[in-house]
Design a protein around this ligand. Sequence first.
Ligand code: IVH
Length: 675
Amino acid sequence: MADLEAARRRVEALREEIRHHDYLYYVLDSPAITDQEYDRLMQELRSLEEQFPQLVTPDSPTQRVSGGLHEAFGTVTHPVPLLSLANAYSAAELRAFDARLKKMLGSQEPIEYVAELKIDGLTIALTYADGVLTQAATRGNGLQGEDVTANIKTIKSVPLKLRHRVAERLWIRGEAYMRTQDFAQLNEARELAGEPRFANPRNAAAGSIRQLDPAVTAGRPLFIYCYSILAAEPELQVETQWQALSLLKEWGLPVNPECKLCANIEEVIDYCTYWTEKRGTLDYEIDGIVVKINSLAAYRELGFTGHNPRGHIAFKFPAEQRQTKVKDIIVQVGRTGAITPLAILEPVRIAGSVVSRASLHNEDYVKTKDIRIGDTVIIQKAGDVIPEVVRVVTAERTGAEIPFVMPERCPACGAKAVREPGEAVTRCVGLACPAQQRERIIHFASKDALDIEGLGPAVVDQLITAGLITDVVDLYRLKPEDLVGLERFGPKSAENLLRAIAESKTRPLARLLVALGIRFVGTRVAQILADHFGNLDRLAQADQAELEAIPEIGPRIAESLVGFFREEQNRAVIEGLREAGVNFVQPQVHNKDTPLAGKTFVLTGTLQSFTRAEATEAITSRGGKVSGSVSKRTDYVVVGADPGSKLTKAQELGITILSEEEFKQLLSEQGGDAE
Ligand code: IVH
C-alpha cells in the first residue's frame, strides 16, 4: 500500500514534468532537456504504469495511440460551421478589403488586424471536455467531418490534456501539417516501397490523418498549429483574436510563433511582402497569409457572405518563380502513344520541393514559347504543384542553344511518330511499342482500373526488365518462382502480389473497360457501356451506329471503340485475358425496385472510403445513376471533403444532401454488394 502511494506520487510528478517538457518543446519551441533525458522520464513512467496498472489514466502521456485497429471513421457534427476564406492577391485588394470593413463598421479609424501564416495542411477541430482531449475531426463539408480522434492522438504536439481546465467543453480549430523535410523523406521511402509519392506536404498530411490504422498515422511526422477558439461551454469572454492566440498558448496548444498584431492594413501589407520573400526559409509550407480583424465584436458584426466571414481574408502568394537552365529536352511515350516533350532542368528548389523536369506538353507549346536546349528559363509551379516553364530569359542566350525537333520516329520502338492534321499531339503508331506497354500495364493495375495492389511503376519496371512480362496478359502467367529471385521480393511479398493479381480477375466489366485503356473511355463511359451491354463480347461486336444510339456516347467515343476492337493485337489481348479467367461480365442489379433504382446521384468533394469509380459502381450496381451536374432532376448529392459549388447549388435547389456516412447507410440498406 505504501508502495502504491509512493508510486502514485511519482507517477503524477513524472506526468507533470513530461507535460511541461512537451509544452517547452512543442509550444515554446525551446526544449530544456535532451531527447535522451525526455525518453528516460517516459520510460520510468511506463514501467511504473506497468507495475501499477490502476494508476493508468486516459490522459497520461503514455496513452498516445501508437497502434491498434480502428473502425471506419464516424461522423462528427461541428459545434459551429467551419468556414473558409475569401482570397486577395495583391496589396490593392487588401486595401480594398480594409476600406470595405471601415465602411461597414461606419468608422474611419485604423483597423487592427492579426496577420497569421496560412499553413498548408489539413483543418482539424479538437474537442476538450474538462480539459481532456475527447474528439478530433476533419473539416469535411464544413458542417460535418470525420472522426479522426485516434489518429490525431498520435500527434505529439496535440496535448491530450490542457494546462488549465478552461471550460466544460471547448472546441479549437487548427491545422495539421507535415514539415517539408519530413515530407521529402516520406516520399523517398514510399518510392522505394513501390508506393505512390504524395504530391505535396498537404496531401501527405491529409493522407496520413485519413488512415484507418492509427499505427500508420503514428509513424508519420505530423504537427499542428492552433489558431481559433471555435466555441466554449460555458461561453468564454474573449475580446480579440490576439487574446485568443495567447490563451491557446497558455492552455498548452501550439500556436505559430510568427503571428503578428498589426496596427493597420499597411502593417499587414508589409508582413505579406516580407513572407512572400521569406516563405522559403520556413521548414513547413505556407500558401498565404490569413488576415483577421482583431476585434471579435467587429468580426461578429460584419457577419458572413456565403461560407466566408467578412472580417477575414486570405492573402495568396503569387506562384513562386525560379530561374534555371534547360539541360536537355527529351520525349516520353505515354500509354496512348502520345509523345510528349519534357524539359530536363538543372534542379532548383521551388515551393517546397526540388524540381528537375517540366512537361512541355507538345510540339506547338515548345515552338510558341521558343524553348531551346541550353536556355535559361523561369519556372513556376502551376497551382503550386505541377512545374511549368513560364518563359525563356532571352537576354541570357549565347547563340549556342539548340532548338527542339520532334523526332520522326518513336524513341522507344522506332515506329513512325505521326501528328494528325488538326491535332496538337504526336503519336507513336507502333502497336507493340514497349514504352506504351509499360504505361498500359501501370494503368491496367491502377486504382480505378483493376486495382492490383503492389503493382506500381517500380514493380512493373522490374518485371519488364527481368523479361517476365511484355503485356497485361503476362501478369496472369506469373508464378511464385518467377518473383522470389527478384530484388525486394521474398516469398511473402511474391504471394501477396500474386494474390492481388488473382483478385483482379473478379472485378466488374466497367473496371476492365477502364483498364483496357481505350481512348475516351474513362470511369463514367465505362460504366455506361458495361450497364448497356452487360458483357465484353456484346460490346466488342457493336457497330458505330449501335454505340452512338446509347445516351451520352458520341461519335468520337464510338469510333474509338470500334477501332479498338477491330485491332488484331487488341483482340489477342482480350482472348488472353479470357483464357486467364478474367471476368468479362457486369454484375446485374439484383433488385430493380429498391429505392436506389432510377435515382440520380451527384458526387462532390473527396470521399474517404471510396474512389470516384467505386462510389459510381456502388450506385449503378444498385440501379441508380450518377450525373456530373446538379439539376432539379438530381435526387441526392453525396458530399465529401472540400466539396465544390455543387453543394451550394444543391442547397439552393433543396436537394437531399448525404454525408459519406449517410451515403454508406443508404447503400447498406439496399443490400447490394459493391463496396
Ligand atoms: S482561419 C473562418 N487561420 O486555410 C476562417 N485558417 O480557407 C477560418 N489555414 O482550410 C480559417 N492556417 O484550414 C485560418 N492561421 C490560419 C490558417 C488557416 C491555415 C487554412 C484553413 C482553411 C484555409 C482557409
